[in-house]
Design a protein. Sequence first.
Length: 428
Amino acid sequence: MPIPYMWSKRKSARHIYNIIEAHTKDRKEDLLVDLFTGWFAISEIFIQEGWKTINNDKNKYVMALLEKILEWLPDNIYDWVSRDKFYDVINNPDNYEDWYVWFIQCVWSFGSTQTNYMYWKNIEYIKRIANDFVVNKNIDKIIKDIIPKKYIEWILKQDTIWKRRMALKKVANMLFNKFNKIYKKEYKIYKKIMDNPLWKEYALIFTKWLKSTWITNKEINKLTNSNMWWHYLTQASQPAIPTPEMMDLIKKSNKIKNIPQNIYDLVYDDDYIIKLKKEMIINLLNNKDIIKKLDIIDILENIERIQNLNNLENIQRLERLLSIKVNKQNILSINKWSYNEVEIPKNAVVYCDPPYAWTAEYAEWWFNHEEFWEYIRKLSRTNKVFISEYTAPDDFKVIYRFPQKSSLSGWNQSHNNQPDECLFVYNW
Ligand SMILES: C[S@@+](CC[C@H](N)C(=O)[O-])C[C@H]1O[C@@H](n2cnc3c(N)ncnc32)[C@H](O)[C@@H]1O
């Protein structure tokens, strides 16, 4: 789930609009101040309903992307962003424009921290080839190998990236089902072994070797500036194989004189484990045309992989925001301040969707909740203020309680035992 709040209010936005609208019938102006705009879900609906908005969010990257979307997005946003490029942007945001930093994080990341590249190393190349096929109509040999000519032609006939993406998905899905019927047994075994954390077995080989060098835990921690000795040196916790970068550091120890070839391969050769796993499959299936079948299964694997191009799907979601462009003049301003620095017109209705008190995801945003509620008490003297939260101090009143559902989902996150989300007001 790349951006914890990315599409958070999208599902309940219409509902929130209706409630706020109904509770502000006496308003003098259709003007909303959205103090924690995030992904614009709420403001989008208000603008569609003809309101004007003043937007604010302390995250300058989010607001910069919003500005960019409203103005213009360059054509090359569909181009492939490699793993290296992704990490360069994440690690050196100052070298890039603000909007681009956020763009990369929403489109190309995976996992709740937003700092992991979307595709695993070993599938990056096939995803890139599929992306290039859909975006630039380039037909790589692999595409020719896995998709019959007539389907390639049909996909290329589609006149937009979105239509081609859908067409590819359809074709890949159909081919996958067809092949999977024929090679069901083989594919099942293949999957079982490939997806199995056989890794652990090999990690044990690594820890055993490292131990034999007499390197100490202290030395490992010092060299790697981490607390990883526990994983590299013992079998007690999850044994792990260091990344090549980590290994380069460990290697500096004078206890490590030479690295045996198999250990070297484990650390530095991405394909080594895959090769070992394939050997295992061959032994297991023990069948005379198995090599040929494995080739077909590789094709099947690739077909499965090109069904989903999540990066393009994410851009498509972003593009939905473009629909707002039509009423762009209704956005009076876009600010990148803290909520309490925004000047709020007397007639405005205010909506607040602050970082939730109970979610760990927001730990990175240090947010003083007491100060926030105090600010709202004061602001409520002059304006109608609505707050989306799960809990509030006792002197706040719930005017609406949303039935429990993971409003944080959007990607595939689910929070169990979470309290109901509510709309709070003060002093009515
Ligand atoms: C729950 S999200 C808002 C989600 C938004 N309503 C939506 O539907 O997309 C909370 C937002 O508060 C912003 N934020 C955190 N601290 C802030 C502060 N002190 N002032 C303004 N915004 C802040 C974060 O950047 C984040 O975008």
